[in-house]
Design a protein around this ligand. Structure first.
Ligand code: ZN
Length: 282
């Protein structure tokens, strides 16, 4: 019986209290500021969550900051760190913040990181090369010459737990923390459906054929701008084989002999835990 269990995963709930998009600010309004640079977030002492700076909007000081939106009515601004500042001051990287975040912090930090990355990489028009300008009614940069609009990039990826009657297929990439095994993932190519990407990626990575897909949910994964679409996929055939580069190990694991798994804050872990719950072993 299909049992989705979707309510367990925080990214499937509406993000209460956060209204996305630019807005006009009044001088003196109380604001929150996140500072982000080189994939790191500046820590803020004495803040509730460790990263949100409190202040009052000063057009002279703050007009160059990106307005992320309003959180419980209060403007939330993004400041881009100076080049080299994050490293020099030893700011923790985004991944370490996200792994310890609650759902709201996860979404706000992922948004800040995505916007910061976009600001840094879309300063010029991709069509005519002119310097772009931010629009004040949506997350977009517009070219003043040819009017092309550029939006923050989101790159859809599939991520899938491959299962068979008695075991889960888990693999590790050299980028993972030591000992951790996870589900398989990859970018959807242009012109391809999510389901076609599932077939192709799993075949390419571990030489296995799959089917019977179940969509479980999605998660923003800002490294640098992925949107993970999470599935279960049933094994249909093939012997595990991998290239040793992108995938350095992959195996079938019986439900009661699983290796070390990814963080509870990740959709990969959600795919695994919800499957074990569905099978009645968790
Ligand atoms: Zn242009």
């Amino acid at each position: 019986m299909w049992h989705p269990l979707q309510a367990d995963f925080p990214q499937q709930q509406p993000l209460s209290g956060f209204q996305r998009g630019p807005d006009t600010l009044q001088a003196g309004e109380a604001v929150g500021i996140i500072t982000c640079g080189s994939g790191c977030i500046r820590p803020v002492e004495d803040s509730m969550n460790g990263w949100l700076e409190s202040g009052f909007y000063d057009p002279k000081k703050h007009s160059k900051l990106v307005v992320m939106g309003r959180r419980h009515g209060q403007p939330l601004l993004l400041r881009l760190g100076q080049r080299g500042e994050a490293k020099a001051k030893n700011w923790p990287n985004l991944r370490s913040w996200l792994l310890q975040s609650d759902a709201e912090s996860f979404d706000l930090l992922a948004t800040a990181a995505g916007l910061a990355n976009w600001q840094e990489q879309h300063r010029f028009c991709g069509r005519c090369g002119s310097k772009t300008q931010p629009r004040n009614d949506e997350y977009a940069h517009q070219c003043p010459r040819c009017h092309l609009r550029q939006y923050p990039r989101v790159s859809p990826c599939i991520i899938t737990l491959v299962w068979r009657e008695d075991a889960l297929l888990l693999a590790r990439s050299p980028r993972f923390a030591a000992g951790v095994y996870s589900t398989l993932a990859g970018f959807i190519e242009t012109g391809e459906s999510a389901e076609q990407a599932l077939h192709r990626e799993v075949q390419e990575e571990v030489n296995v054929q799959i089917g019977n897909f179940k969509y479980l949910g999605s998660q923003s994964w800002p490294f640098p701008n992925s949107l993970m679409l999470g599935y279960w996929a049933e094994y249909q055939g093939g012997e595990i084989a991998f290239d040793g580069i992108e995938i350095e190990d992959a195996n079938w694991y019986p439900f009661d002999q699983l290796p070390e798994l990814p963080s509870k804050n990740s959709i990969s872990r959600y795919l695994i835990d919800s499957f074990l719950q569905w099978k009645g072993v968790l």
